[in-house]
Design a protein around this ligand. Structure first.
Ligand code: ADP
Length: 486
């Protein structure tokens, strides 16, 4: 290895300490891949209630520091755990901010003090570096919750020698979440009003934490090549397309990787039986187990469709609702694990009561159950309206569960349409965010499911595809080197 880099990955969620979605998976797995390349990698996140409950454990570090916020100084307490051998994860403690039942809000709403909570976190990241004596080459920030870090470095800390050689990467995991707050939060953050203008952090008369990251980071990354192009257009840019077009040369799409230590049917501790491409019997046992768990009535010919998802509009739930009659008429069984918007939760609960033998919906967040569902189903539905990368379809591929997806973002990059003549391809894709194209794709899937040999090819193609971090971690490494040379 040419140069050992000091990398600090800052994230508002890191698996297994705290998770609401794919960001946590990436924040837990990318550092391991970078560490394996020989770098000095550290991770920092808030000390939520879930951190205290996590069996991996952590300990306090006899070091606290003060964080300037809203014109006063508040104490941050520091804790340390391990993501892996020699891979520390630091927790910023301030129970008033973080020791709550949820990460970002409850009952579908955000916590009213989210601006202040993540101002405190962002500022803590920089104060932490100084307190612990760590001079990072790279601070890799993720999503709006850490968007202020690059802004601080270019303003308040611009003359701070400690960070003279520090460069920032800002990764966009989902442009739909922007952290837009009242202008008055600039005071809370202690950032100068001179950055509040359309070329700076102003976004439709709000102070946007996401935009702060997009404008001030030295380089921008997002989680798939296709999404990096999409977000520069009006349809997918959520109003940020102009900023992103301007930074087009600094914006890179790098596909997320899968941590196959966690997601591998050959050794997954949560599933009924293990399997791999040469021994597929276990998959049938997993399917039967899944059906038994929820008292679903299935036989050999029943395709089991599943979704493991946040129940938000982004995830294409409206299309699924539109296609549900058809799915059930075809004799398929349907399993959903998810939580989110109340109307969607209510719909699935109602459907579960109406069709208890054919449809089940577990409303909640349950990691072991996610593994069981991915192992036990035949098809995974991901008809997302937009999808920056999507991890669930990549997990499904490994588990021999065929993804059926809307051809957007990372879904388009990671799933190849199956071709019956060549027997190549890993799943089904439809174009156009409407019920009809989804139905057509479902029809193709149901029809293929009845043909044993081609279906087996399809399943095996997916299981043998490789979405590990190897390639992507190298791309991040090259990106880091690129900005350090500037
Ligand atoms: P997003 O980050 O947009 O939610 P991804 O597909 O990238 O979507 O990642 C979702 C991650 O969250 C996957 O690891 C998936 O298994 C997990 N997940 C989503 N909903 C649930 C749930 N209700 N219970 C358990 N895991 C879930």
């Amino acid at each position: 290895m040419a140069r050992k880099l000091k990398i600090l990955l800052a994230s508002s969620e890191v698996h297994p300490y705290a998770k609401t979605g794919g960001l946590a998976d990436i924040s837990g797995s990318l550092p391991k891949a970078l560490k394996a390349m020989g770098h000095d990698v550290r991770v920092i996140m808030p000390k939520y209630k879930t951190v205290v409950e996590c069996p991996l454990g952590f300990h306090p570090i006899a070091l606290d520091f003060e964080v300037p916020i809203a014109g006063i100084r508040e104490k941050a307490f520091l804790f340390e755990g391990k993501l892996d051998e020699d891979l520390p994860v630091y927790f910023v403690g301030n129970d008033a901010y973080y020791h709550r039942d949820h990460l970002y809000g409850s009952n579908g709403g955000d916590y009213p003090d989210n601006a202040r909570r993540f101002i405190f976190f962002s500022r803590s990241i920089l104060e932490f570096c100084k307190a612990i004596g760590f001079q990072p080459d790279i601070i890799h920030c993720n999503d709006w919750q850490t968007g202020l870090v690059p802004a601080y470095l270019k303003t308040v800390y611009a003359d701070d020698k400690w960070f003279k050689n520090t460069r920032t990467v800002f990764s966009i995991h989902n442009l739909g979440y922007q952290g837009n707050f009242p202008v008055s939060e600039l005071n809370t953050a202690g950032l100068p009003f001179s950055i509040y203008h359309p070329e700076g952090v102003e976004f439709y008369s709000h102070f946007s934490f996401l935009k702060a990251g997009l404008v001030f980071a030295d380089i921008l990354a997002t989680v798939s090549p296709n999404y990096s192009r999409e977000i520069q257009t009006k349809d997918f840019g959520f109003g940020m397309e102009g900023v992103l077009q301007k930074r087009s040369k600094d914006l890179f799409g790098i596909l997320n990787g899968v941590d196959y230590q966690e997601w591998s049917p050959a050794k997954d501790p949560w599933i009924k039986a293990h399997f791999d491409p040469k021994h597929l019997k276990g998959k049938l046992a997993c399917k039967k187990n899944l059906a038994d768990l929820f008292s679903l009535k299935i036989n050999e010919k029943t395709p089991v469709l599943s979704m493991v998802t946040r129940l938000s509009g982004q995830k294409g739930i409206d299309l699924v609702i539109g296609a549900m009659d058809h799915i059930l008429k075809e004799g398929a069984a349907f399993v959903l694990l998810g939580s989110g918007e109340a109307a969607y939760e209510a719909y699935f609960q109602k459907m579960r009561q109406r069709f208890p033998k054919k449809l089940t919906a577990y409303i909640g967040f349950d990691e072991p159950l996610a593994h069981k569902i991915l192992a036990g189903s035949d098809l995974l539905l991901m008809p997302s309206q937009y999808e920056p990368c999507g991890l669930t379809q990549m997990y499904a591929l490994k588990y021999g569960t065929v993804p059926l997806v809307h051809a957007v973002g990372g879904l388009h990059d990671t799933v190849r349409e199956f071709n019956l003549k060549t027997l190549k391809g890993t799943g089904f894709k439809f174009k156009g965010y409407e019920v009809n194209p989804l139905l057509k794709s479902l029809q193709k899937a149901f029809s293929l499911y009845t043909k044993k040999t081609p279906w087996r090819h399809l399943v095996l193609n997916g299981m043998q595809s490789d979405n590990s971090w190897d390639v992507s971690a190298r791309k991040y490494h090259n990106l880091y080197l690129r900005i350090l040379k500037r």
